[in-house]
Design a protein around this ligand. Sequence first.
Ligand SMILES: O=C(O)C(=O)[C@@H](O)CO
Ligand SMILES: [Mg+2]
Length: 258
Amino acid sequence: MPKFAANLSMMFTEVPFLARFEAAAKAGFKYVEYLFPYDYPKDVLKTKLQDNDLQQVLFNTAAGDVQAGEWGVSAIPGREADSHRDIDLALEYALALNCPNVHIMSGVVPPGENYAKYKQTFIDNVRYAADKFQPHGIKILLEALSPQVKPNYLTASQFQTLELVDLIDRDNVFVQLDYFHAQNVDGNLTRLTDTLNGKFAHVQIASVPERHEPDEGEINYRHIFDKLDEIGYEGWVGCEYNPRGKTTDGLGWFKPYK
Ligand SMILES: O=C(O)C(=O)[C@@H](O)CO
Ligand SMILES: [Mg+2]
């Protein structure tokens, strides 16, 4: 049975961020993920996790200057020092929060730029991270983001991310398989799951096209959850969706899995 993690950046937004830990635990979640921990001291987050019997399973490296269109900097040529600073800070948080996975945000490739140069910069920076995280047993995740959510992100297709994982060639680097983006770009989700089997270490879910609860729209998530069980997937499934209304009102789908 999948292990579901509440995404506290998107769920339980009825309450302030630090109150979402208790809200998720009360709703039956044992695991949480969220985009960025950096606005809060490590101790504060650690206490929230401990007080609510929750395990943190994922967060991202910093986004950079979001107003200026950044969504990570690790693929941007000339920004290696910033990328390494973000990776080092992520490692500090991962160790303090006992978090087993960190998603490294590549950033966008502006149209007309040299894509190969961005790709190589990302490969080099992820190798830097992989070697730093490896002694601590922390996995690095790379995600494809669909153009309707983040135009010109370094990777849009799961196959581009898979190619990067293979080129980076480190034992602790994996695909973050977000089925919402995968359906938007690649489709064919059952076969895709088989193709990526062993290469992905974290899953995220949301309906398509609305990015709501996984109980509507194009994807039959009951089938996907069975498929993940069938292949023996042991990682977490992050609930990265915008609830249609109040978060708890939309948790009917979660009842059988509590
Ligand atoms: O947007 C997504 O999907 C994510 O998983 C974010 O963490 C990164 O954009
Ligand atoms: Mg995602």
